[in-house]
Design a protein around this ligand. Structure first.
Ligand code: PGA
Length: 246
């Protein structure tokens, strides 16, 4: 899977213009699932634009309640009704700036699954944690408190994204070897918590400064099942080059 996370970029007009140029560039790409996560207000324009194409639309976040007095929040059902098939959960920017925790990640993931969305659950260590040699400890903690808190059946329906915080938006990509080691570790966490079968089946995306010039090396790693792309997904040509890399 190649998924684009647009973050807080692109109006509805930008979204329509993006897909008019992007869809013809990826119409032959059958080797991977293609997903784009626009900001909430641009979701309807995106859903309309990708109708009948090989691209699916994702939310970037949700709140776990179905409805209620929760100013500024959007539910899983609302995203599904708007035409989303996926939702990103626990992105490091949500953890860093909006106080999300492993516990809220688990609740949001369950809510997404209950409304038929496929959650893309993000984990990843910060630079200081890596430098202190605590990467595995942090990943294991995020895994156990978040996706590891699901039932095996729930876990079988999610995707994971390994996004080292030091590589996000910094131009400093993890080497294929570093990414592969982290993916392998997450798979071991899944195997310890659930089973070898579920661990082998889960798709783990890598995210953090993925670009057309480094996608090939990353995807050559057996452990990497795709990519979650931020900055490079905003440009039609660079995102298409990433999708068409194989
Ligand atoms: P980036 O963002 O590709 O701009 O580093 C990745 C992400 O945050 O998902």
């Amino acid at each position: 899977m190649i998924a684009g996370n647009w973050k807080m970029y692109k109006t509805q007009a930008d979204t329509r213009a993006f897909f008019a140029a992007f869809l013809p560039l990826v119409s032959d790409a059958l080797h991977c699932d293609i997903v784009v996560a626009p900001p909430f207000t641009s979701i309807p324009a995106a859903v309309e634009a990708v109708k009948g194409s090989n691209v699916a639309i994702s939310g970037q976040n949700l709140f776990w309640q179905k409805e209620g007095a929760f100013t500024g929040e959007v539910s899983a059902g609302m995203l599904a009704e708007a035409g989303c098939q996926f939702v990103i959960i626990g992105h490091s920017e949500r953890r860093q700036y909006f106080g999300e925790t492993d516990g809220s990640v688990a609740q949001k993931t369950r809510a997404a699954l209950a409304d038929g969305l496929v959650p893309i659950v993000c984990v990843g260590e910060m630079l200081a944690e890596r430098e202190e040699g605590r990467t595995q400890e942090v990943l294991s903690q995020q895994f156990i408190g978040g996706p590891g808190a699901l039932t095996p059946e729930e876990f079988s329906r999610i995707l994971l994204a390994y996004e080292p915080v030091w590589a996000i938006g910094t131009g400093r990509t993890a080497t294929p070897e570093i990414a592969s080691a982290a993916h392998g570790f997450l798979r071991r966490c899944a195997s310890d918590q659930f089973s070898d079968e579920l661990a082998a089946g889960i798709r783990i995306l890598y995210g953090g400064s993925v670009k057309p010039d480094n996608i090939q090396g990353l995807m050559a790693q057996q452990e990497l099942d795709g990519a979650l792309v931020g900055g490079a997904s905003l440009d039609t040509k660079s995102f298409a080059a990433i999708v068409n890399c194989n």
